[in-house]
Ligand binder design. Structure first.
Ligand code: HEC
Length: 211
């Protein structure tokens, strides 16, 4: 299956999981213990299935995806910590622990959104692209900072469903549109200037000659 489709499936599972735990938390907080007990009973099997797929898809995304941003690592720690806390909290009817587990889940969700946004607007450190660098050297600096985590050093790593740049047949205009606007799971590099985009395209064109 395609990486982008698994990202989507993971997001849907996350939403279901969050919604389910919010319902459980509300029932617990307003002391509807009988309703909570029957809701828990009815949703027991679906919850097991959803949690399993949620964790499997998350594991796959980490395994097949680019190196994790620090915020994504903290997010995963929050999710993993919330599981035992939720189990104990809801089993014992402990409102503080139950609330804590749901707060951790929402914190994880928030961290994932912030990490996504940060990666989109990541600036190239201009001081690393020295004024005396040739366009190819400048392109390599940007590529290594921003692109190699998915496309790999040689352009053909294909991490997270990234296209093999050695085989790319796009014109400079088409490549620019994808780099600035993003496509599928490739983020939009809106912060790149047109000079930076041009030199990075010049650099990725060198991959094609090495075939
Ligand atoms: C998070 C992973 C990721 C990062 C980082 C990334 N890309 Fe991509 N890139 C992709 C994916 C996925 C595709 C395929 C998009 C599609 O067609 O659905 C792609 C496609 C492309 C294409 C189009 C290739 C073709 O022939 O269709 C170009 C060009 C490209 N990337 C250049 C870059 C450059 C330059 C950078 C750095 C500024 C970069 N990418 C950073 C994931 C990434």
């Amino acid at each position: 299956m395609e990486y982008g489709k698994i990202v989507l499936a993971h997001r849907i599972l996350v939403s279901l999981f969050l919604l389910h735990y919010v319902v459980k938390l509300i029932l617990l907080l307003i002391n509807k213990n009988e309703t909570l007990a029957s809701y828990t009973k009815v949703t027991k099997v679906p919850e097991m299935i959803i949690s399993a797929f949620f964790l499997i898809s998350g594991g796959y995304l980490v395994f097949a995806g680019p190196a994790l941003h620090i915020l994504q690592t903290i997010k995963i720690v929050c999710v993993l910590a919330s599981i035992p806390i939720a189990i104990i909290g809801f089993k014992k009817g402990n409102k503080v622990l139950a609330l804590l587990s749901v707060v951790l889940l929402f914190a994880a969700y928030g961290l994932a959104e912030v990490a996504k946004k940060k990666m989109r607007t990541m600036q190239v450190e201009t001081n690393e692209v020295s004024a005396t660098a040739t366009p190819l050297e400048a392109g390599k600096v940007i590529y290594d900072q921003q692109c190699s985590r998915c496309h790999g050093e040689g352009g053909n790593a294909e991490i997270a469903g990234a296209k093999n740049l050695k085989l790319s047949v796009l014109s400079a205009e088409e490549a620019t549109a994808i780099i600035i606007g993003g496509k599928g799971t490739m983020p939009a590099f809106e912060a790149l200037t047109s000079d930076q985009t041009n030199v990075v395209i010049e650099y990725i064109n060198t991959f094609k000659e090495q075939q």
